[in-house]
Design a protein around this ligand. Structure first.
Ligand code: SF4
Length: 511
């Protein structure tokens, strides 16, 4: 209903001849999905939620015209039940640290001037006019930034390898093929702040010596694609993309390539094969893209969130970025909170905060006050964290120890009513459907895994099925060609590890 509300705001502002006093800015996502539709009145910093068309009229009449805050549309503090007007005093926002999402919900993504006014393209100017390409790579290395797409590989190292690769042609690719169920981080960045990704990619192009960039975005994100294309056009017209950027002699341009709905194209080698115009199938690594990527030439590949972090690092310095996070996992991470949590939405927090803090202090706890059962992190490639580990630090190492992964940031919360065998079946069904079929362990193995899971869910489980799942899952993990297959069994193995008793109960009931 946000578009209707937007229209209503515009109409009431015009009807009351307030155009000299109030401007409506259409922004990208502010984060709190559960509270939507929302609006912020600036510079008062007042946040209204759950707005209807009628409420828009009231806000204009009361707040804009008379300066009275409309209390019944304010967020209510969970502990005291009192309305909170100031955005910065609302727990959901207060505990976040927004670097990647710095402009989302604050600027009009369709206006480059608004991005520039928010220090946009300053980092690019700094990089190409006062830093060598090696300095830029070193900054990224020192910041400790790791790939936010799921792998967690040190970004600076990838940049270094690509920079050092000898070639007359190099490319930078942004993976925006976000396909995990429940994940919408990249989409929100592209829709709410597309210039941050363009700037990050241009800096990367300068650092590694690339002339061209490609954003591979899923076709299911039409708004993101439209806004990104407009942003690319504006950057070109402003001389921030194209030949001889800012008179520095550095030339770099970007284009969008659309994915057509295959989940496997989020895997880097499949993604590159798809950009080359072929069927999106993974290819063996090594050689890694830094040596032999697009059309056999060195290619730097990072995801949307990683590129959007780059301008902050270059502008504010690696040291300031590295102060956030843990010893081995620096900076912030964006999570998409979904499922049985009150404050579903998009949040950005320093890496290393506990899962409990994220779910209860920011997420507002479990819906209807039910007990928390588990959180699935990292989508179909990830694993679940049970309530015993509610206080696990959300960093790459701690999550790996529990058989989960940070993944791209999708976090699905489950209450006690969720059946974990069914959860595993859901994710396996997804990857089985998305398996490209190129290699046998994944094509056939996931099918057999799913058959076993289905019979357990249908109450027809056999003795030894749990062991069969584990052994087959481990074999697929070791022998599949690409990341999709290698991680396909993770939800099954992780639910068996933490909720084996549920599998046993299903099988026992049948007997
Ligand atoms: Fe295709 Fe699965 Fe093999 Fe990857 S692991 S190449 S998705 S069949």
């Amino acid at each position: 209903g946000a578009l209707e509300i937007c229209k209503a705001f515009k109409n009431y502002i015009e009807e009351n001849e307030l155009s000299h006093k109030a401007t409506l800015v259409e922004t990208g996502c502010m984060g709190p999905c559960a509270a939507g539709p929302v609006a912020k009145i600036m510079p008062d910093n007042v946040f209204y939620q759950g707005i209807t068309v009628e409420d828009a009229k009231t806000i204009v009449k009361e707040h804009i015209m008379k300066g009275n805050v409309v209390s019944h549309l304010l967020h209510k503090d969970a502990a005291s039940g009192k309305p909170v007007a100031d955005v910065d005093e609302i727990e959901y926002f207060k505990r976040q640290k927004k670097l990647v999402l710095r402009n989302c919900g604050n600027i009009d993504p369709l206006k480059i001037n608004e991005y520039i006014a928010a220090k946009g393209y300053k980092a690019l100017a700094k990089a190409i006019t006062s830093m060598s390409s090696e300095d830029v790579v070193n900054s990224i290395l020192e910041s400790g930034l790791r790939g936010r797409g799921g792998g967690g590989f040190p970004t600076g190292l990838k940049w270094k390898f690509t920079r050092e690769a000898e070639s007359d042609t190099k490319s930078v690719v942004c993976n925006a093929d976000e396909g995990d169920p429940g994940a919408f981080m990249d989409r929100s960045v592209l829709e709410g702040d597309p210039h941050s990704v363009i700037e990050g990619m241009a800096i990367a192009g300068y650092a590694v010596g690339a002339q061209r960039g490609y954003v591979y975005c899923r076709a299911e994100y039409p708004v993101a694609i439209e806004r990104l294309q407009k942003a690319i056009n504006q950057a070109r017209q402003t001389g921030l993309l194209g030949e001889n950027i800012l008179g520095s002699g550095f030339s770099f341009d970007l284009e969008i390539r659309m994915g057509s709905g295959a989940f496997v194209c989020g895997e880097e080698t499949a993604l590159m094969t798809s950009i080359e115009g072929n069927r999106g199938e993974p290819r063996p690594r090594p050689p890694f893209p830094a040596i032999k990527g697009l059309w056999g030439k060195p290619t730097l590949l990072n995801n949307v969130e990683t590129f959007a972090s780059v301008p902050v690092i270059i502008l504010d310095g690696a040291e300031s970025y590295a102060q956030l996070g843990t010893e081995k996992s620096k900076g912030t991470k964006v999570f998409a909170l979904a499922g049985a949590v009150n404050n579903t939405g998009l949040v950005e927090v320093p890496i290393g905060i506990s899962l409990g803090e994220l779910l209860y202090d920011i997420g507002g706890g479990i819906v209807d006050g039910k007990p928390f059962k588990a959180a699935q992190l990292g989508g179909p490639s990830g694993g679940c964290i049970p309530k015993e580990h509610l206080n696990v630090a959300l960093d790459y190492e701690s999550l790996n120890e529990l058989g989960a992964i940070m993944g791209s940031g999708g976090l699905i919360v489950m209450d006690e009513e969720s059946c974990m065998v069914d959860v595993a079946r859901f994710f396996l069904e997804f990857v089985q459907e998305e398996s490209c079929g190129k290699c046998t362990p994944c094509r056939v193995g996931t099918k057999r895994l799913l058959e076993i899971l289905e019979r357990i869910c249908d109450g027809k489980g056999k003795e030894g099925d749990i062991e069969r799942l584990i052994s087959l899952g481990e074999q697929i993990k070791e022998t599949a060609l690409c990341g999709l297959g290698k991680t396909a069994a993770n939800p099954v193995l992780s639910t068996i590890r933490h909720f084996r008793v549920e599998y046993e109960e299903h099988i026992r009931e049948h007997k």
